[in-house]
Ligand binder design. Sequence first.
Ligand code: MG
Length: 158
Amino acid sequence: MSESSRVGLGIDFHRLREDEELILGGEEIDSPLGTVAHSDGDVLVHALIDALLGALGEGDIGEFFPDNDPEYEDARSLNLLQEIYRKVQNSDLVVENVDATLILEEPKLNLYKGRMEKNISDLLSAEANLKATTAEGTLFKGEGIAAQVVVLLAEGPG
Ligand code: MG
C-alpha cells in the first residue's frame, strides 16, 4: 500500500443469553447475560478486527477466523486481534487511533472502560477511545449487543 493514511470501519452484533460470559475489550464483565458465540464473543474486538482489515483492504474477520472452525472455538479474541495486527506491523502503516462505541442496555461499563481502552491501546500501540450507549430499549430489548469501531492507519515514523 502506498497510501499515506487508510480508514477502516467495523461493526459486530451478538445475541445475549443467561449463563454465558460477557467479554468486552478483553475484560470479563460482571453481567447476568453474556454473548452467544463460537469464540469468546467479544463484539468490541471483533468489530476492531474488521475495522483493521477494512483499513488494510483485506476483507473481513470471517475469512480469517471462520465461526465453524473448531480451532477458534472459545478463542480469546485479543489473540485473534494480535494476529491481525501483525498485518499492520508488516505494512508501512501504524495505527493512529481507534474510536469505538458499544451499544448495549446493561450493565453500565464505567468500571471497565479504562481497562478495555488500555488492553486495546497496549496491543495496537495507539490511542483508543471507547464510548458506550444504550439503544433506549429500541433495538435489542436487552437481547443483544453491538459494537462499531473506526480506525485510522497512518504512515509510520520510518
Ligand atoms: Mg462476532
